[in-house]
Design a protein around this ligand. Structure first.
Ligand SMILES: Nc1nc2c(ncn2[C@@H]2O[C@H](COP(=O)(O)OP(=O)(O)OP(=O)(O)O)[C@@H](O)[C@H]2O)c(=O)[nH]1
Ligand SMILES: [Mg+2]
Length: 231
């Protein structure tokens, strides 16, 4: 099974891969971020082939151009990076738009998804998600990830060791009933999220402290169960 870890810069993707790797015990890890050395023992590493800092020099590019070029070049090596095992964790580039909005990014996602049953874990910083507006837009982003990558996606709120995080779609709906600051757009977004997201029971974790991983693990299994694909 492939577990693709995706999320905004600094949300804790690499820390999650490191900790979840230990939790799963016998899993494998693949670093797909050409811009940073893995903080865990990677069984495959894109940086053996592509290093963004070298691309900057070789092609005389700034950091954004080099990141885009790195993704394009990574596609040439993806077949060598995909592993087949019980659990394979894929760490993705810091800037998730590289993965979501470049054709090289979605091509990489497609190759992974075609190799085995695959799920995406969308890691977000709970602090960033702690207003109703941000919370709903993050859930909507989950739907965008599923659409762009064609991979079922579970949102996981990280860094809950430092943030008290209590929002749920139900609570947001209750707040909408009270009227006030939340707009019509929000109400429509909540409905959109309910119709499009594979599941949204709130999963709160601390990748740093290895808390909440039982919930992540059962959510992964539930998704495949609900897809009729747990064989
Ligand atoms: N308090 C706390 N900090 C965390 C947690 N997870 C990650 N961090 C910290 O957040 C920072 C970013 O973590 P990374 O794992 O590098 O995040 P990332 O999403 O891989 O970052 P990029 O790949 O650079 O985008 C580091 O300083 C981590 O120690 C957590 O659960 N709790
Ligand atoms: Mg990282």
């Amino acid at each position: 099974m492939n577990i693709v870890v995706i999320g905004p810069a600094g949300s804790g993707k690499s820390t999650f891969v490191k900790s979840f790797l230990e939790y799963l015990n016998d899993a494998k890890a693949v670093n797909l971020d050409p811009a940073s050395d893995p903080i865990y023992k990677a069984d495959k590493d894109i940086r053996d082939f592509i290093r963004t800092e070298k691309i900057m020099k070789d092609f005389n590019l700034g950091i954004n151009g080099a990141l885009i070029k790195s993704m394009e070049l990574s596609l040439n090596y993806i077949d060598e990076l995909i592993l087949k095992d019980d659990y394979v964790l894929y760490d993705t580039p810091g800037q998730m738009e590289l993965f979501l909005y470049l054709s090289s990014g979605t091509d990489i996602a497609e190759k992974i998804a075609n190799s085995d049953k695959t799920i995406a874990i969308f890691i977000v910083d709970a602090k960033v998600a702690s207003t109703p507006e941000n919370y709903v837009s993050i859930l909507a982003q989950n739907a965008v990830i599923s659409l762009r990558t064609e991979i079922p996606t579970i949102t996981v709120f990280n860094k809950c060791d430092t943030t008290k995080f209590e929002l749920t779609p139900l609570k947001v709906k209750e707040m909408l009933k009270e009227g006030g600051v939340l707009s019509e757009l929000m109400e429509k977004l909540v409905d959109f999220v309910e119709e499009t997201t594979v599941r949204y029971r709130t999963i709160k974790i601390s990748a740093l402290k290895k808390e909440g991983f039982d919930d992540v693990f059962s959510a992964i299994n539930e998704v495949f169960c609900s897809c009729g694909d747990l064989s």
